[in-house]
Design a protein around this ligand. Structure first.
Ligand code: SF4
Length: 481
């Protein structure tokens, strides 16, 4: 996940990436209040699970609430509306959401509305009704535009279910409230849904078919962010590089976004390997504002597993893509996702994944043990036949390899001079947390600098997850103050 989460409050940490510094899909994020509610002003408590797209959706919901005069609270006991924006991608997150809904229902007083939104609402609408009958509003990802109406009806005593997917909903015209991401890095969702139907994945069923946001809307949002002082935009999509709107493809969109004056950095996530065209690689290589970091989900190093997953590429094709990216941008950082213990995974197939890690040497990886998701092709046709202890043993092996590689790569950063963007406070009060273009976390002394400033640093120390730098004297061309 991205730097966009830096200043969000993470409630709990349910699963860390094997290496890298971002919250994982089981984390919950509470939207912090901007100001105390005025007397008589209704207040909303919003808790978010899952990926950056979910965080971006929450920002959109917060924008709707702001527009309708709602305040926010981080105390559910004081809320008039309690929303849990959910994730259905992993079972662990799903179970935690049911647990949280059950805990939060004790804050329901007369007139207080409890709602579940997002992927899980879409995926498990009947289970939500069955297991959490006290939930008043259940709204899928394409129903946010109607959310406030639903809340009003629920305040009047109705129970509302809106999980219809809408092929045409791109949320054009809805302005997210980006204050929850700290004012330096902001998300813009450029694409919704997914047409790939990987056999293990529930997303095409929960978020519907792929559709691109019109470029005019994307550019409007990016310009608005820059006007608010943001330095960096993260373009989001389930398969972000498959983006198309009429005759504008992802490469053209990247170049258009880079033209926005005042914007300093562009990131995007997550691209789909086979849709990574030479035009996108050229756009990245030729456009300094586009950060040299790509999160490229491999999932498995074995062709037979990739076929069962219906990923649409072979390992050799993936290797060629990595070689093309590194040839065009030798300093590019690559991270990945690895899904361990998928249906039928043999020891030889597992070894192929370990070999792939050694060969490709990703900077970091999110690693997960496979668990069946209701409604997917795999759940219907491919029985989950790998014993849990085998999955966990293989996962531990994959994590150990990745941790070693990540540590080695981090050590190579020692002595390097990097240009970093300060994103916000580090854990220690006298330090800032900054990022390199390659998405590595660098801790630096405050030295009179502020979030949103760029500075040059010499890397003096490295752990497996974090770099520590010494700030060099500010050069006017680097300080975009
Ligand atoms: S590309 Fe595959 S894994 Fe990614 S969201 Fe689409 S179906 Fe899921």
């Amino acid at each position: 996940m991205s730097s966009g989460l830096v200043q969000l409050r993470v409630r709990q940490d349910a699963g860390k990436p094997a290496a890298g510094g971002a919250p994982a899909p089981g984390d919950a994020v509470v939207s912090a209040p901007r100001a105390a509610a005025a007397p008589g002003q209704p207040a909303a408590y919003v808790e978010t699970y899952g990926c950056q797209m979910n965080v971006a959706d929450t920002e959109m919901v917060l924008g709707l609430l702001d527009g309708a005069g709602w305040a926010r609270t981080d105390d559910p006991a004081r809320a008039d509306l309690i929303l849990i924006n959910t994730c259905a991608v992993r079972e662990k997150a799903e179970e935690r959401v049911f647990g949280r809904a059950s805990e939060l229902q004790r804050h329901k007083r007369p007139g207080v509305v409890l709602g579940i939104t997002g992927c899980m609402a879409e995926h498990l609408e009947s289970k939500v009704q069955e297991r959490a009958p006290y939930v008043d509003v259940v709204v899928g990802p394409d129903g946010y535009r109607r959310l406030l109406d639903h809340v009003e009806r629920a305040r009047g005593g109705a129970r509302v279910l809106d999980t219809e997917l809408d092929r045409d909903e791109t949320y054009e015209g809805l302005d997210p409230s980006r204050q929850m991401t700290g004012g330096v890095t902001g998300h813009v969702t450029i694409q919704r849904g997914c047409d790939k139907f990987c056999t293990f994945c529930v997303v095409p069923y929960t978020r519907g078919r792929e559709r691109g946001t019109p470029p005019r809307e994307i550019l409007r949002q990016v310009r608005a962010m820059v006007a608010q002082g943001y330095r960096e935009v993260v373009l989001l999509g389930q398969t972000v590089n498959s983006y198309r709107y009429e005759d504008v493809d992802f490469a053209a969109l990247l170049r258009a976004v880079a033209e926005v004056e005042g914007l300093s950095r562009i990131r995007f996530t997550s691209p789909y390997p086979i849709d990574f065209t030479p035009a996108v690689i050229r756009a990245m290589a030729e456009t300094p504002k586009i950060c040299r970091h790509v999160h490229l989900p491999l999932q498995s190093g074995a062709d037979s597993v990739l076929e069962r997953m219906r990923r649409g590429y072979s390992y050799a094709e993936f290797v060629t893509l990595v070689q093309d990216l590194r040839a065009a941008m030798p300093d590019i950082a690559l991270s990945t996702d690895l899904l361990i213990g998928f249906v039928g995974e043999t020891e030889a197939e597992h070894q192929a994944t370990l070999r792939a890690q050694e060969e490709l040497r990703f900077d970091s990886a999110f690693t997960f043990a496979y668990s069946e998701r209701e409604g997917t092709y795999a759940a219907r046709k491919l029985p989950d036949d790998i014993p849990e202890d085998v999955k966990q043993r293989r996962l531990a092996e994959v994590i150990a390899v990745q941790q070693r590689i990540t540590t080695e790569i981090m050590q190579t950063q020692l002595g390097r001079r990097e240009r970093v963007l300060i994103e916000g406070p580090a854990k220690r009060g006298d330090q800032w947390m900054a990022r390199t273009a390659g998405f590595k976390t660098v801790i630096i002394p405050r030295d009179g600098l502020n979030p949103g400033d760029f500075c040059e640093v010499d890397i003096e120390r490295a752990t497996s997850a974090t770099l520590f730098g010494r700030v060099l004297p500010i050069r006017p061309d680097l300080s975009v103050a």
